[in-house]
Design a protein around this ligand. Structure first.
Ligand code: DX5
Ligand code: ZN
Length: 240
């Protein structure tokens, strides 16, 4: 692989490097850390780690132990998507384990729990994201007083990899992009998660996405590296 250079994509919003975050939910569960290392070697910008409790989402996945196991193996940020009914109870465990960014769901937090979550994030010097299920309007959440580094727009219902992308989220994505676009003085990433592949990646970037999560379309493929590079090529070549 050649030297990585920042790819510049002109979306009309600003010129930016579009990040790709392979989701290890689609990795080989017998070799999670080696899939993480391989993804980094292809040029993955972040690793997306889906945490589900069987309450907020109808699936059970990983705990902080997996984050702790992966942390020393890669240097790229660990993007932990907490699909938990009571995220305030667990955020600190994931930060302690090595999460760089913890994303909690707007549907699962209250003004008092977000304050506790923010205290933990500040204590560890890490970043906070706010996620929205496909059916949740972004206006349902009051961003005032929330030091948010990322908005995650889900394009499938939380639970499983390999679901079909829901194009009805596109207006919401555009709205979020307008709310947090380049006109603000603080950069907020806009991540799209669910059913992202080579058929919709460009459209998502055009609607304001700055981070694309890829589960089945990369780590779920027989030739994962090739699948990653195909997606990278859609949003720009990482090699000079
Ligand atoms: C779904 C998860 C996603 C999932 C994406 O609840 O939040 O991050 O890993 O997988 P794909 O890309 O296969 O839809
Ligand atoms: Zn996710």
């Amino acid at each position: 692989m050649g030297n990585q250079v920042a790819f510049v994509y002109s979306s009309g919003r600003e010129q930016m490097h579009v990040k790709i975050a392979p989701s290890i939910l689609s990795a080989d569960h017998g070799n999670m850390t080696s899939d993480a290392v391989r993804a980094q070697s292809w040029g993955a910008d972040w690793l997306h780690v889906d945490i589900m409790d069987g309450k907020f989402a109808p699936n059970l996945t990983f705990g902080p132990g997996l984050v702790k196991a992966i942390r020393p193996k890669v240097s790229i940020p660990l993007d932990c998507h907490l699909m938990l009914a009571e995220p305030e109870k667990y955020v600190e465990k994931f930060l302690e384990a090595g999460a760089d960014l913890v994303t909690v769901h707007a549907e699962a937090i209250t003004p008092s729990s977000i304050e506790l979550i923010q205290q933990s994030v500040r204590k560890y010097g890490k970043k906070l994201g706010i996620a929205f299920r496909p059916a949740t309007p972004v206006s349902d959440f009051d961003f005032d007083g929330v030091d948010c580094s990322m908005v995650l727009v889900m394009s499938v219902n939380p639970g499983f990899s390999g679901q079909k992308f829901m194009p009805e989220i596109l207006p919401k994505l555009q709205k979020v992009s307008k709310m947090f676009g380049s006109q603000t003085n603080k950069h907020v990433e806009i991540e799209v998660d669910g059913g992202v592949d080579t058929s919709n990646a460009k459209l998502l970037v055009e609607h304001g996405a700055t981070v694309l999560v890829a589960g089945n379309s990369v780590l779920g493929q027989p030739d994962q590296e090739r699948a990653f590079q195909e997606l990278r090529n859609i949003v720009g070549s990482a090699d000079a």
